[in-house]
Design a protein around this ligand. Structure first.
Ligand SMILES: *Cc1c(COP(=O)(O)O)cnc(C)c1O
Length: 349
């Protein structure tokens, strides 16, 4: 059945073995959200030797715990009040930035009779989550240290997600300074400094990761082989683990410019249509309900024209016929959506 996203398990396992070896001097958490923590892939990665898993959705964290019960799980997105009970139940560690939430986690952890670990997120300027690096974190941390069922496991940061800030040695040293100040003022040893995601990988490559950074949360590098600070290809990682296969349902020679008055399309967008005369167009049965066409890469000779909810339109040559299978390379954003869509079959080879 099509469309389908095909994952090459042995290539994926190679990637995880490689990254584990490469980053063996720190506590590596692999981030599995881009394939919705699919149980088949979680098992495969576990078999490749990975024990620490991180995901931003609590539903995915639950899947991981139920698939590989002795794995350590980290919830990446700040817990919502409505999911506190599940966070305590399924996540061993959660990232946090709100005292009110941490208090609720403490109460629930007491109820479930466990100590829950948190990593306090510090915003170094990327402006997504975290308390600002120049705010009164000493007071914040002293409040956290009063809680019986919360362990302040570490501090961490997230960069290059919203503000597209590229982490440098200097930015990450702000975290080291915070750790040192907490030791000095509160006499508390912060064990873990989590230095970010795939965009910190370039510091590892350049040997510039401060030695106190002893934790990274890595998704994109290991899944797709691209380092997300500068978009460079990482040697040693297979980039072609995932392929999208779609099926052609129409091929016709048609004008390249719509006929009649042009308004807005099905998504409220007003597009420019280039007039290239009559050309050969193919439709494949996938659409924006499953993936955005900007995040797909067809093979040579095929150009993406656009898509609506259920149809992706391509410019093709004479060689393409109805019923043919057209394959696309994917990237992070497309993978995320394709694994989320229930209309896309998940195939493992
Ligand atoms: C998604 C996410 C990551 C992983 O990012 P990659 O770029 O895939 O390595 C790490 N940390 C947080 C908080 C995230 O949301």
């Amino acid at each position: 059945m099509y469309p389908r996203i095909v994952a090459d398990i042995s290539k994926l396992q190679d990637n995880y073995r490689f990254i584990k070896k490469e980053l063996d001097y720190l506590d590596l958490f692999v981030v599995t959200k881009c394939f919705s923590s699919h149980p088949t892939l979680i098992k495969a990665i576990y078999d490749a030797g990975i024990r620490n898993f991180a995901d931003s959705r609590i539903l995915n964290i639950k899947t991981i715990k139920e698939t590989v019960s002795d794995a350590t799980t980290m919830l990446l997105r700040l817990p919502a009040f409505s999911e506190i009970e599940d966070v305590i139940k399924y996540a061993d560690i959660s990232l946090n930035s709100e005292l009110e939430t941490i208090n609720k986690l403490n109460i629930e952890a007491k109820k479930q009779n466990i100590v829950h670990k948190i990593i306090l997120m510090i915003d170094l300027g990327d402006l997504r989550e975290g308390i600002m690096y120049n705010s009164d974190y000493i007071n914040f941390i002293s409040e956290v240290l009063k809680l019986d069922n919360i362990e302040l496991h570490g501090i961490g940061t997230n960069v290059t997600c919203y503000g597209a800030i590229i982490p440098s040695k200097e930015t990450l040293e702000i975290l080291v300074n915070i750790k040192n100040e907490v030791k000095e003022k509160l006499n508390y040893d912060i064990k873990v400094i989590s230095g970010g995601n795939s965009s910190s990988y370039h510091l590892h490559l350049k040997n510039e990761l401060p030695k106190e950074i002893n934790n990274l949360r890595i998704g994109e590098v290991v899944v797709l082989g691209s380092e997300s600070a500068y978009g460079q290809q990482v040697k040693g990682i297979h980039r072609d683990v995932f392929k999208l296969e779609t099926e052609v349902i129409e091929v016709k020679d048609k004008p390249s410019h719509p006929i009649g008055e042009i308004g807005v399309n099905a998504f409220g967008e007003k597009l420019e249509y280039l007039d290239k005369g009559i050309h050969r167009r193919a439709i494949v049965s996938i659409g924006r309900q499953d993936v955005h066409h900007d995040n797909l890469y067809p093979s040579k000779g095929i150009t993406i024209i656009g898509s609506s909810s259920d149809h992706l339109i391509l410019e093709v040559d004479e060689s393409i016929n109805v019923g043919d299978i057209i394959t696309f390379d994917v990237e992070y954003a497309s993978l995320l959506m394709l694994y989320t869509s229930k209309y896309v079959y998940k195939i493992f080879k």
